[in-house]
Design a protein around this ligand. Structure first.
Ligand SMILES: [Zn+2]
Length: 254
């Protein structure tokens, strides 16, 4: 929000919320126009509040946001999509909560990123429709990494730059992607682990394809487990290592 604007109407998705004072709530939103915004919804825990029902976690609502003295004020909220299908059981709530937690972790105050907003929305809509949550979640994770500047390299060796050949390889979260067998020992002390060429092909497919292309895939159980492990490893490593670094903050500002 620029200094001249007193209030902005925008749609957004609720990333986080907590009670504040007697009857207020502090919300963290990821909005289409302003990116991530923290604000206070005064009186929103009172039974008489008109906006209370529009402020649930991972709900998509239309907000009126004004500039307060310290915090932004969320004065109006009207639900656009509550993702009821996702909200109907604990598993779905867990999936939705994980998606918004990840967005919360990689964004910063008032940094707008329209592509990330679209990715978040597409992901929640797909989960809500009941399609394969494993495919949707891993699609989201890999594309999120790309959008915040940490796309894993799956096509060339991150050490020697040579094209990856049809054989089993290695992968390193620390080095940013695939390491070829000849370079495996090139960086002593780096966390490098083996990855099969078959698994790598699936990961490339996830990274390059749209969700529509992926959603119809039938993925064997062992591959599901493998993808889960690699992405979990890569994501944890990247988040821990880069989240508070100046490089990371610059990369997501660009
Ligand atoms: Zn190499």
């Amino acid at each position: 929000m620029s200094a001249r604007e007193r209030s902005v109407r925008t749609e957004g998705i609720i990333l986080r919320r907590r009670d504040f004072g007697e009857s207020d709530r502090i919300l963290v939103l990821f909005t289409r126009k302003l990116g991530r915004i923290s604000g206070i919804a005064k009186g929103s825990r009172k039974p008489s509040s008109k906006i209370a029902g529009h402020l649930e976690l991972f709900m998509r609502s239309s907000f009126l946001i004004s500039r307060g003295r310290n915090l932004h004020l969320i004065t109006q909220a009207e639900v656009l999509d509550s993702f009821e299908g996702l909200r109907k059981d604990l598993q779905g709530i867990g999936q939705g909560s994980y998606i918004v937690e990840l967005v919360d972790a990689v964004t910063f105050e008032e940094g707008s990123n329209l592509n990330l907003y679209e990715l978040l929305l597409t992901t929640l809509e797909a989960l809500d429709s009941g399609d394969d949550p494993m495919i949707i979640t891993h699609f989201f994770e890999l594309h999120l990494l790309g959008l915040v500047g940490f796309q894993p390299e799956f096509f060339i060796c991150v050490e020697c730059g040579k094209k990856i050949t049809e054989q089993d390889q290695y992968i390193s979260g620390e080095l940013g992607g695939v390491v070829c067998p000849s370079c495996r020992t090139a960086v002593p002390g780096a966390d490098i682990r083996p990855i099969s060429v078959r698994m790598l092909k699936y990961l490339r497919h996830f990274q390059r394809s749209s969700l529509q292309e992926l959603i119809t895939l039938s993925i064997p159980l062992d591959v599901r487990k493998g993808i889960e492990e690699v992405i979990r490893y890569y994501l944890t490593h990247t988040l821990e290592r880069h989240l508070n670094s100046p490089e990371f903050l610059n990369s997501i500002k660009e």
